[in-house]
Design a protein around this ligand. Structure first.
Ligand SMILES: [Zn+2]
Ligand SMILES: [Zn+2]
Length: 441
């Protein structure tokens, strides 16, 4: 069975129905789906979430269904133009076999998992198993990188000498290994051919640094050791080096950063930073919050720094805010004992709110809408308002002229206020450590 034929899930038979979904579907949706078919057929399944987002952005329609894949594919199968085009594109690719760049195994293009197509496009060069390890290569792909991979494969059996410990090793045994800053122990995971694979789960692959330098499995693993015993000053200087090397304030996605570098000197320097850098959890434990560590490292001189996106400023509880009014609001929440978390994603979306508040009878998001005179900003704000409405989230909208203190006081009273039975711990108020004993009523 192919993921990409109208026979997928027996959709063609027209058994799937969802009245609520049908009621939201419009001719505009049909027209856009036809465009997607022209562009991506037969790989519609891989582009369902992109389609869903575009429908929301362009037509302000939130498509939801019990099974959104089946729901949208059913619409595709019911439209004669789309179905014909879809079938034809599928027939053309039947039997199309490619050789995997990494493992040299052959794979059917139509057997490629939708997540892989989503990451790599239809030009995919590697099989589903290898994608688990090497998915990050999709966004940095170049001919040069391809040549380096080929060379590494051909010389995998040759003895290399580790630049760090001088021990001998070769690439054969650990070619498909990866490690992550999220690792709990010292287990080298080898995941090739793993059945329950999901795209984009593995951290840093062992091959990548070895395309530029020679680093043995042990010295590689040291980067990800969950317990690093360096003193505070050394840790802070590693955080500062990290920020300087990547040229921005680091987020907690440490695994992603090595892929920004592609010369032996920068990879080598970055690995020396990674050897000292603890994982985000350890930074939180040492410095109160992740951004507390960032601030103490000196990456934010005077507590505020002009960034491309605007001012970044640290609130009293360690939350990173993007404007002074935002900081004032954050400090107010903190001093009034309202548990909150910054930058929480809207359900089913990559958009983030300024704060989620905890301890109330329903989900409450707060937005400081400071730049509504910009069209793109206003569009995004409208999308957020609609998503919140659809998801039953109470959204508190604050504009530059809003008396937000009164508004927040009022919400606190109306929505039941912060729970009195729950004593406030400083740790519960920290953005990165939402309290586990959240009150529900
Ligand atoms: Zn492969
Ligand atoms: Zn070594």
């Amino acid at each position: 069975m192919s993921y990409y034929a109208p026979t997928f899930g027996n959709i063609e038979a027209g058994w799937y129905s969802d009245e609520k979904f049908d009621a939201t579907w419009t001719q505009d949706c049909d027209a856009l789906l036809a465009e997607y078919t022209d562009r991506y057929a037969p790989f519609l399944l891989a582009y369902i979430s992109r389609f869903q987002k575009e429908v929301l952005a362009r037509f302000k329609i939130k498509l939801t269904a019990q099974n959104i894949d089946y729901a949208i594919l059913s619409k595709a199968a019911k439209n004669p133009y789309i179905r014909a085009k879809w079938k034809e594109a599928h027939q053309e690719l039947e039997g199309c076999v490619r050789e995997c760049l990494f493992c040299a195994g052959s794979f059917g293009l139509l057997d490629t998992h939708p997540n892989v197509i989503k990451n790599c496009g239809t030009d995919v060069r590697w099989c589903r198993g290898c994608n688990y390890n090497f998915w990050r290569y999709a966004s940095i792909w170049s001919d040069d990188l391809g040549t380096k991979v080929q060379n590494a494969k051909q010389t995998a059996h040759e003895r290399r000498k580790c630049n760090w410990c001088s021990k001998g090793f070769n690439l054969l045994k650990h070619f498909y290994s990866s490690r992550s800053f999220a690792d709990q122990g010292m287990v080298l995971t080898t995941l090739i051919g793993h059945e329950n694979f999901a795209a984009g789960h593995s951290g840093v692959d062992f091959l990548y640094p070895n395309l530029f330098v020679d680093i043995c499995p042990e010295c590689f693993a040291k980067c990800f050791h969950p317990v690093k015993t360096w003193d505070h000053a050394e840790i802070l200087s590693a955080i500062r080096r990290l920020g300087e090397m990547i040229g921005k304030i680091p987020t907690q996605d440490f695994d992603s950063y090595i892929y920004l570098f592609s010369t032996s000197s920068s990879i080598s320097e970055f690995i020396s930073v990674m050897h000292v850098l603890p994982n985000p959890e350890e930074i939180k434990a040492r410095f109160g919050s992740f951004f507390g560590g960032i601030a103490k490292s000196g990456l934010l001189p005077d507590g505020a720094k002009r960034m491309k996106i605007g001012t970044m400023v640290l609130a009293e509880d360690g939350d990173l805010c993007f404007s002074l009014p935002e900081r004032d609001i954050d400090n107010w929440l903190f001093s009034h004992g309202i548990k909150h978390q910054k930058e929480v994603k809207y359900p089913g979306s990559d958009l983030r709110c300024d704060w989620e508040l905890f301890g109330f009878s329903q989900r409450i998001f707060v937005e400081y809408f400071g730049l509504m005179n910009r069209a793109s900003y206003a569009d995004k704000a409208r999308m957020k308002i609609e998503i919140a409405q659809g998801a039953g989230i109470h959204l508190i909208e604050i504009f530059p002229d809003t008396d937000w203190k009164r508004l927040l006081e009022q919400t606190k009273t109306e929505q039941g206020g912060a729970p009195k039975t729950h004593p406030l711990h400083a740790s519960c108020l920290v953005a990165d450590a939402p309290c586990t004993s959240r009150a529900t009523g």
